[in-house]
Design a protein around this ligand. Structure first.
Ligand code: G3P
Ligand code: CA
Length: 242
């Protein structure tokens, strides 16, 4: 059965990358979460997509220039007055200890290298005993390889914007057990051959019914969607099929 990962949490209906969006994804029945991480000035791993807080909060400036205590005062639920702080990754892990969700951590270290980010995340994963429930992904494949060299027991998956030739060969060469391609940049044939070669395929960000159906139909490993409730409803139609 194709697993459903909630992209930035249940971001179709709740403020992205907030604890609320994660809790609602779990309530909706998602199998896992996808979230993005950056590093504050005092080196706290925080869950936010952009390098700057401007788009998603009522604040301004780079995450790397803010102290965690100041960043916590910002409201990541910009469209509402109801306060939702930017979560620390440790806070999300604390909550993950109360359920069985999988969690895909996307390292947003392509533009800002955030030296030492990999070590900090791996330490937290071990501290919260989440080794078997975490997938580390990134568009920064050097970081993926570095993470694997530090902790080969934690699954890694490179992210792709474009189709690449024989992605299973590439994944195997860097110790990655999965790939996270843009859904429109990978064909059914390549998805099937990648899975046959022992590599998990979790395309992003799949929101349209027709695209969700396509991936359920070919029994893709997982998919990453903004709307886990919608995806679950559609998946139900495929559950009874052989
Ligand atoms: O992890 C898949 C997807 O989240 C990558 O793109 O920009 O939504 O982080 P983006
Ligand atoms: Ca992401």
């Amino acid at each position: 059965m194709t697993q459903i990962f909630a992209h930035r949490g249940y971001s179709a209906s709740f403020a992205e990358n907030t604890l609320r969006a994660f809790i609602e994804a779990e309530k909706a029945g998602a199998d896992g979460l996808e979230l993005d991480v950056q590093l504050t000035k005092d080196r706290e791993i925080v869950v936010i997509h952009d390098e700057k807080v401007d788009r998603t909060t009522n604040g301004t400036g780079f995450v790397k220039n803010l102290l965690y205590k100041d960043l916590r005062k910002l409201n990541a639920n910009k469209k509402s007055s109801k306060m939702e702080p930017i979560p620390a990754l440790s806070e999300v892990f604390e909550w993950l200890s109360t359920n069985k969700l999988l969690c895909n951590i996307e390292l947003k270290n392509g533009l800002i290298p955030y030296k030492g980010m990999e070590e900090k995340i791996i330490q937290l994963i071990h501290q919260y005993q989440l080794v078997d429930r975490i997938i580390i992904s990134s568009f920064n494949h050097y970081s993926i390889v570095y993470s694997y060299s530090l902790a080969p027991e934690i699954e890694t998956a490179p992210l792709f914007l474009e189709g690449i030739y024989m992605p299973w060969v590439y994944s195997q060469s860097i110790g990655a057990k999965g790939i996270h391609p843009k859904f429109s940049a990978i064909s059914d044939e390549i998805i099937k051959r990648t899975i046959e070669n022992g590599i998990a395929v979790r395309p992003y960000t799949v929101n349209k019914e027709v695209d969700l159906q396509r991936l359920f139909n070919i029994k893709c490993t997982a998919l990453i969607t903004d709307d886990p409730a919608k995806a679950l409803k559609i998946r139900k139609q495929y559950e009874k099929r052989p």
